[in-house]
Design a protein around this ligand. Sequence first.
Ligand SMILES: NC(=O)c1ccc[n+]([C@@H]2O[C@H](COP(=O)([O-])OP(=O)(O)OC[C@H]3O[C@@H](n4cnc5c(N)ncnc54)[C@H](OP(=O)(O)O)[C@@H]3O)[C@@H](O)[C@H]2O)c1
Length: 262
Amino acid sequence: MTRQPPPTDLGDPPENRPLPGARRPGAGADRPVAVVTGGTRGIGLGVVRHLASTHHVVVGGRQASSVAAVVDELADAEGFVADLSDCGSGGSLETALAALVARLPRVDVLVHSAGVLRPGTVADLSTADWLDSLTVNVVAVAAVTRVLLPSLRAAEGLVVLVNSGSGLRATPASGAYCASKFALRALADSLREEERAQGVRVTSVHPGRVDTDMQRELVAWEGDDYDPSRHLRVESVVRAVRLAVDASADASIDTVSVRPRR
Ligand SMILES: NC(=O)c1ccc[n+]([C@@H]2O[C@H](COP(=O)([O-])OP(=O)(O)OC[C@H]3O[C@@H](n4cnc5c(N)ncnc54)[C@H](OP(=O)(O)O)[C@@H]3O)[C@@H](O)[C@H]2O)c1
């Protein structure tokens, strides 16, 4: 399907714009549903824009304004506003997820793209850095997946976890990030085997360095000049996600490693 999203309707009066949590009236009733965390920026935003050509997209993010800006540019989308670091019992994620499942009978694709990178050596990283890394990059992923699993099973759906080369090889000055991405790979491997009989597929995507805000912040921390041409384009990672989404029914794309060519 090659349907393109229409031009942005950001010019609409505010009262006519859909709320981040609201489904657009009459939109997407017959389309497969894709939920994308971290859909406001970087890789997640690229995935949202690409899947919007074929799916009703649920745009995840932590700020209502940035979620609404993305929802507004798409023909068939709604928002899911939650802070993934608040994923404990009774937290805002739990509340937002309860509202989400109540209005989504099925989920065909769940893409976990939200993530944080706290650079630093083990000698320097604080306990807060470790907790933040593991909470957003792992614990919240499990929490979101758990709540959406019945809807994913109903659709014999797909879970895509945007991991990293750091989930395959650990490097200096990134222990908290690498530990979280190794844990995320373990989560993906366990989930894949647990859900195989239920028809849910699980894909772990491992990009190298990608030209996003996260990469800009990392390069600034490293004290280097930023050169976007040295990094993967978001589109290159989006293609890997699309490969998994479009896999033939008999196949599971288990792991994809996407590296800069040079
Ligand atoms: N960029 C790279 O070089 C690279 C390489 C390999 C893997 N990855 C992985 O790819 C994924 C996406 O990275 P990116 O480069 O696109 O990052 P990014 O540009 O920094 O965007 C991060 C996204 O995650 C969301 N997010 C962060 N903390 C959150 C929280 N507590 N609750 C809810 N949402 C939160 C952000 O929402 P806000 O807009 O609200 O901040 C934003 O949408 C991450 O899992 C990352 O580890 C990135």
